[in-house]
Design a protein around this ligand. Structure first.
Ligand SMILES: Nc1nc2c(ncn2[C@@H]2O[C@H](COP(=O)(O)OP(=O)(O)OP(=O)(O)O)[C@@H](O)[C@H]2O)c(=O)[nH]1
Ligand SMILES: [Mg+2]
Length: 217
């Protein structure tokens, strides 16, 4: 039937949320990843938007449903609904505005208060293209990520630097956590190591495994 696959032809669907202060570039990271588009004059997000993109991990199709909301409190939707079912998050700050880096602890707390303990978190320093305006060092950000046990990358939505990598890494990590759970549950549920499970079967969860079967790794 040719190389085309229907949009709903996927093996896994994962909900991923974007969080971080207003203006750090969440919406542009999303549009760069899902549409390869960037806008210098994008407006603040109001409410919630989402977009999808499918990628291959091993021989499986992983579809990401990525949610984006406003960094500003007054434009944000109901917090618990935004996080419900999320298995991954990109926590974004702006490398040229130190205050956005200082606020990540608050974002991290909100994220952890509302999601499974094993949500995969990518800490993202965006606007790396603005080299002359840098206000947060890579070392400081990496140290924070190590302390908080999250992944870390610097990106530029403008220059398409590391944007695909950031999303792909999150999706791949989620995929491996989900696979591990399936495999180990198949063996002996009691043997599940702490800190490695992700709830994907709950009724309210958007993220779900569509078909049975898992990674070969
Ligand atoms: N130089 C540069 N500018 C960027 C980059 N990413 C986003 N911007 C600009 O930063 C501004 C804010 O970007 P948005 O994507 O709207 O930010 P946001 O985090 O979605 O903001 P809220 O919706 O208000 O929470 C826009 O003017 C973008 O063009 C980047 O990588 N480099
Ligand atoms: Mg936005």
């Amino acid at each position: 039937m040719g190389a085309y696959r229907a949009d709903d032809d996927y093996d896994y669907l994962f909900k991923v949320v974007l969080i971080g202060d207003s203006g750090v570039g969440k919406s542009n990271l999303l549009s760069r990843f899902t549409k390869n588009e960037f806008s210098l004059e994008s407006k603040s997000t109001i409410g919630v938007e989402f977009a999808t993109r499918s990628i291959h991990v091993d021989d499986k199709i992983v579809k990401a449903q990525i949610w984006d909301t406003a960094g500003q409190e007054r434009y944000r939707a109901i917090t618990s609904a935004y996080y419900r079912g999320a298995v991954g998050a990109l926590l974004v700050y702006d490398v040229t505005r130190h205050v956005t880096f200082e606020n990540v602890e608050r974002w991290l707390k909100e994220l952890r208060d509302h999601t499974d303990a094993n949500v995969v978190i990518m800490f993202v320093g965006n606007k790396a293209d603005l080299r002359h305006l840098r206000a947060v060092s890579t070392d400081d950000a990496r140290a924070f990520a190590e302390r908080e046990n999250t992944f870390f990358v610097e990106t530029s939505a403008l220059e398409s630097l590391n944007v695909d990598n950031a999303f792909t890494e999150v999706l791949t990590q989620i995929y491996h956590v989900v696979c591990r759970k399936t495999l180990e549950i198949g063996d002996d549920p009691a043997a599940l190591p702490k800190g490695q499970t992700i709830n994907i079967g709950g009724r309210d969860d958007v993220s779900a495994v569509k078909k049975a079967g898992c990674c070969s790794a």
